[in-house]
Design a protein around this ligand. Structure first.
Ligand code: SF4
Length: 459
């Protein structure tokens, strides 16, 4: 079978992966991890190509021409709530070329039966990308499918669910990084232009109410499989990695084992997400020795009430201690925040900005609260009438606001968020530190480019 893995074109730069979707906050675009993982699974059994129209900057016509040239039997496409109206129109056109069309993305995680009923071009939706469902489905082994929404031969639409959240370990064939475009990906924290995006575990064991990743269960890949993938990348000259694990170090012995193996190789540098209460001194030290230079950690809010209501499971004191620990080990820190929750006020945003400054962050990343599909927060917002079930288009990247808070309407929320970004990044001492700490020309140029892109979106 000829299978095409597709990231569709769009009017703006969209990040659609891992059941989240947003516009890029500055200019970054990394490899969509779902397609990276699926590339190994599909290529092991079928002739597989990747078309990332976002990375290649293709418009609809050129993307369709490329699809027609490959003439796939099946297309597995990313879709996202951020671009749903564009995606569905484009994929309906693509389906007229003849291939079967499967899709995955946040907008299909909830009420997927309705989405299939509404979209005749969509044959089936994948709800997990680290299992063999795509292969089983395409080969007609429906009895083996674990987590999909599909059309039965009699036309019935059915969502197949496995019982309970997935745990334990999973194995996937080595992702085929070589199928992805060599240019077009940009990552703000990478120390060289060429980098790879790698997943060593799937999901997250924490229950944060706004986050879809916590709804996916938690599974790990054997360290040996990860090392085989990394060694393959090293052999191709890649030295910079973005680990997409959502909480690096959840299983500390496993993380230490991986770090030790990377330290022995001694030639990789990397960025990872972790939590301020998960990474202790031993783990941060091991990560730094293994080549980690940047850690991304959730702060979310300066408000203890918001931390509690979103079930983050840590306090402001733990946040402060975690960021101080990372800095002691020489790691750059990125703090991610969620703004615009119903309880948000102008005053709480002030306190959040003050905390970002106090934490001495290298980068501050603001995410707009959105009722992300299949999350507990969405259920609460629907119940409170603050979100509407039929609103499928939303953007947590902050280009627009999806929610009003109890005291701020959407326009006010957006205006205050843009002001926060400017006040954080346009501090002269900060700008001097940012530029003076660049290690090489690539880093300097990339930070200037990303910074300008970020600021231009927040004026
Ligand atoms: S720790 Fe991070 S990835 Fe895990 S559920 Fe919370 S926000 Fe999501």
């Amino acid at each position: 079978m000829r299978v095409l893995l597709l990231n569709p074109p769009g009017r703006r730069t969209y990040i659609r992966d891992y059941f989240c979707s947003k516009t890029t906050k500055s200019n970054y675009l990394f490899h969509p991890i779902d397609l990276v993982v699926l590339s190994g699974t599909l290529a092991e059994r079928h002739e597989t190509q990747v078309l990332d129209a976002m990375a290649e900057g293709l418009d609809e016509e050129r993307a369709l021409a490329r699809v027609a040239r490959f003439a796939p039997d099946a297309v597995i496409s990313l879709v996202g709530s951020v671009s749903w109206d564009e995606d569905r129109a484009f994929l309906a056109r693509l389906a007229r070329l003849g291939p079967r069309v499967l899709a995955l993305g946040d907008v299909l995680q909830e009420d997927s039966e309705t989405r299939l009923a509404e979209e005749p071009w969509l044959e089936a939706a994948l709800h997990v990308f680290v299992n063999q469902d795509a292969v089983h489905y395409l080969e007609g082994n429906l009895a083996e499918v674990r987590e999909m929404t599909l059309r039965r031969p009699d036309g019935r639409i059915e969502r197949i669910r496995s019982r309970g959240k997935q745990r334990g370990s999973y194995r996937v064939p080595r992702p085929r990084h070589e199928l992805f475009p060599g240019r077009g990906y940009r990552f703000s924290f990478a120390r060289s232009a060429r980098f790879a995006t790698v997943l060593t575990d799937y999901g997250c064991p924490y229950p944060c109410t706004f986050c879809v990743i916590g709804t996916l269960g938690f599974q790990t890949r054997p360290v040996q499989d990860v090392l085989e993938e990394l060694d393959h990348l090293r052999a191709r000259g890649v030295r910079e990695v973005f680990f997409m694990d959502q909480t690096f170090g959840v299983q500390k012995p496993r993380a230490l084992e991986l770090c030790l193996a990377l330290e022995r190789r001694g030639d990789l540098s990397w960025t990872a997400f972790t939590r301020p209460d998960t990474a202790d001194d031993e783990l941060f030290a091991a990560m730094a020795r293994a080549g980690c230079h940047t850690v991304i950690m959730g702060v979310e809010s300066a408000d203890e009430g918001v931390l509690a209501s979103t079930e983050k499971g840590y306090s402001g004191a733990e946040i402060r201690a975690g960021f101080a620990r990372a800095r002691r080990h020489g790691l750059r820190t990125v703090g991610t925040f969620i703004v615009g929750l119903p309880e948000e006020t102008e005053e709480s945003l002030e306190r959040t900005l003050a905390l970002a400054v106090e934490l001495d962050l290298d980068f501050m990343s603001l995410n707009m609260a959105v009722p992300r599909f299949s999350t507990p927060m969405r259920a609460r917002l629907l119940e409170q009438g603050l979100a509407r079930p039929g609103d499928l288009v939303m953007d947590q990247g902050g280009a627009s606001s999806s929610l009003s808070t109890h005291t701020l309407d959407r326009d006010a929320m957006e205006r205050l968020k843009r002001r926060m970004v400017r006040r954080f990044y346009l501090r002269p001492a900060y700008l001097w530190r940012r530029m003076s700490r660049a290690r090489n020309l690539h880093e300097l140029a990339s930070q200037a480019r990303e910074g300008l892109a970020l600021l231009s979106k927040n004026f």
